[in-house]
Design a protein around this ligand. Structure first.
Ligand SMILES: [Zn+2]
Length: 289
């Protein structure tokens, strides 16, 4: 029996990272699953509150469960950026493997108090569920942004990370280390890349002693990602890059077949386009396996 806890322990030993890919429809999920099957590495499928709303909480859980039964490699399901206990409980009851309980917008003390409460409640529903907490500011919205937000004052400090993990009992921590949600236009065009504070990652890892997740990985410098994994990042989230590829693939499918109306003849272009991104990211996260 595969568990996310076990897969994370493996990454700590082998210094690789598990790819986390957001899905809001079957095209994205199909692309992630196909890449996982090709490369034979564990993956996490993520669905945020908005993505869950569209695809259905119990429906995405059922889809991932059915893929897991057909796969000889672990595929896990995460309730990404969950902002209320009610939504977290809903996902836990539907069978999600992990929950990102994100109250990072609240003052630190309040975030600690409510995250601790969420960890206790969620573990009574499923003792094996992993709860991830978040501190610091990494912006919102896995979309294309016009301007870069100023996140410099919201960087996570190692002392804060240690205090948060000890006080809440979270299994995984999502720090702010130069990462940000979404991409700038210049990043989509390949002119600029996100850069990470590698030293800070190493210090946070040392202080917090738990698996770390890097959110907002899209558009990050490849070498920085490799160094971040070596410094202690265990899970890397990619969403915006998939959304850009999804749109490009869909546009290609439509423009190449202007009179086509059959979904299963149009959508494979989107699957293929997303798959290319997932494939190359998984290779990088797993040491070019
Ligand atoms: Zn995120």
């Amino acid at each position: 029996m595969h568990s996310l806890q076990h897969a994370l322990e493996q990454t700590q030993k082998t210094r690789v990272a598990i790819g986390h890919f957001n899905v809001g429809d079957w095209v994205l999920l199909k692309a992630v699953f196909a890449s996982e099957q090709e490369l034979k590495v564990p993956v996490v499928v993520g669905a945020s509150e908005g993505e869950r709303e569209f695809i259905g909480v119990r429906q995405i859980a059922a889809l991932v469960r059915s893929l897991r039964e057909e796969s000889d490699c672990p595929i896990f399901l995460n309730a990404d950026h969950t902002h209320s206990l009610a939504k977290a409980v809903e996902a836990a009851k539907a069978g999600f493997d992990a929950i990102v309980f994100d109250l990072s917008a609240l003052p630190f003390e309040q975030n600690v108090r409510q995250t601790k409460e969420a960890v206790e409640t969620l573990k009574t529903i499923n003792s094996a569920i992993l709860v991830e907490g978040e501190i610091g500011d990494i912006g919102t919205g896995s979309e294309i942004h016009e301007e870069a937000p100023d996140l410099s004052r919201g960087l996570t400090s190692p002392a804060e990370a240690k205090q948060f993990v000890e006080a809440t009992g979270v299994d995984i921590l999502a720090p702010a280390v130069g990462n940000m949600h979404g991409m700038l236009k210049s990043m989509v065009q390949g002119q600029t890349r996100k850069r990470l504070d590698i030293q800070r990652i190493a210090e946070i890892k040392n202080a917090a002693q738990v698996p770390l997740t890097l959110h907002g990985g899209s558009g990050t410098d490849d070498e920085d990602l490799r160094k971040a994994i070596a410094a202690g990042i265990n899970i890397i989230h990619i969403n915006t890059e998939l959304r850009v590829a999804w749109r490009h693939g869909l546009e290609e499918g439509l423009s190449k077949q202007p009179n086509e109306v059959v979904p299963y003849k149009i959508l494979p272009f989107a699957v293929e386009s997303v798959k290319e991104v997932v494939h190359s990211r998984l290779k990088l996260f797993n040491g070019n396996k």
